[in-house]
Design a protein. Sequence first.
Length: 582
Amino acid sequence: MATPVEAVFIREVHPSAFFYIESDRSKNKGGSSQHYIEAPPSELDNVVEFLGGNLAPGKLKSINVGVIGDPHVTAPMTWRRKSDGQGERTYTPQNRQVSDSPRHPAWTSSYGFPEAEDGISSTKQAKAEMPEKLRIVLVKLADGRYFAGHASGDYPSSWPNDPRLRRIWKNDGVAFFDSAGTDTPDAATEAVIQRIFAAWEARRSVLLYGPPGTGKTHVLSSLRQRLQGGEGAQRLLIELEDASSPFRVEKGAPPIPMPATLEWLTFHQSFTYEEFFLGLRPHPASGGTELRPRAGRLLDRLYAIESDEDQAKSAVFFIDEINRGNAARIFGELISFLDADYRADGSMPLPVPLPGVDFDPKDPGQTKPIDRPDGSSMQLPVPWEMPQHLYVVASMNSVDRATTPLDSALARRFERIELRPDLKVLADWLGIAWADVKTIADKVRSPEASPTVWEEIDPEICAILLLDRLNHRIAEDLGEDFELGHALLRPVVAADKEGRWAALTRVWDESIWPQLAERYLARPEQLREVLKVGDAPGGLDYAFRPRTELGAQAESLERIAPVRLSELSPKKARSALQFLAR
């Protein structure tokens, strides 16, 4: 039977580590401190959490671990945390030839783990006797039990197409699943979708907010596709008896009654309450025209689920750019009914006002006919209460000061989920290990770094460090709401390896530079500092220069000559981006 997984730890066993865990310590003194399998130092906190916490420096922790493929076999596995001149790290002793070897049975030849000759004497020999890309796998179940296994080669074709498993397979580390889904374009989007589902179980309205380029509209679109397919929470499961194909993905149902009718709206300044919910429209009548009530898109969909039209049981409204319109006026008195307590079957149900709608004199228990957008009509009971199963998920760009601020009475009725620029997500998209990003950042930004060290930065690292530096400056100068989102760099992710410098150049010209110019419109001196104008070392033909007036004796101290990097030579554009990222 498949069992829910809470977290997975994967670590590649490099030839040097394989040599030391296989060799006889009495004959190979050098590197004796490596007679273990070490977790990546950059994953220290995650590994400690994976092991259940309470692992202080210098302390040991023993966990009972079963064997994937033979779960009835269990044995203790000891983990240690140490601190030295290179920082803190965690490791598990695994040397095969010490007395009372602590190696776990899952990582022995009995269960297919490679074993070297007893007389192995070098890393080169170890490499020849081990499979390519040997990895240990350690799984923590939702019930707290642990199981170990191993695999080698490329990402196993029998494993699910799971972005988190793929990430730690490639880069080493821990992925936490905690019932969140997996088989999606990226784990970050999936995590937000699961937060929306969790919020819907307690409330009915969710607001995604944050700077532009943080994936808000992408999340809405992905959620809409998920609901169209009738899919909800997705869990990673493991078949403990199956060593070769242990992982499964279970696709559950959404936490709302299904099927659901789905509506996508983008608010704008001309959008009105009448279009959204209910208005009066002229209609031909004898002797002229008359005003007749006409349902807006929300009321029409609510009637559809109440009347069981198309068998819909819920209505979900996706509202992109909710603050681009006057949301308080668009919602009107409906603000109160965003609270489930005031809806039908709530703790304090209230009748919904229907301005301009009279009751039917032939049947005072219902309204006169109300026109629908498709040309038909409907009648509602009097009084009419808001259906319980209306769900709203909206997005808001926190940087756009030209829009109408979201009314506080409206805003507090939403469960808020903030989306921030995320460098780790960008690194995952680009296939770069976070530890490598940090190592290169320390190298190129060190005070002792060579003046030309940034010239070694490749486009992937350049994209990450560029966004990092710009956002630090923007947050310091203008505030975090004005930062640039990581999704702006998606064109770089989509480009092939050879085209990534050109893609990053286009992203700068078409997305990053226009937003910087807008944000710093009234702050030319700060913009000069952001662009490092005048800071380039001698010998670098730097793209950004002070703007000089014809015939002037000196350069302007406030203006920058406009530059499109795509119009420069590829080498000069690349040098500018590398220097900006440093």
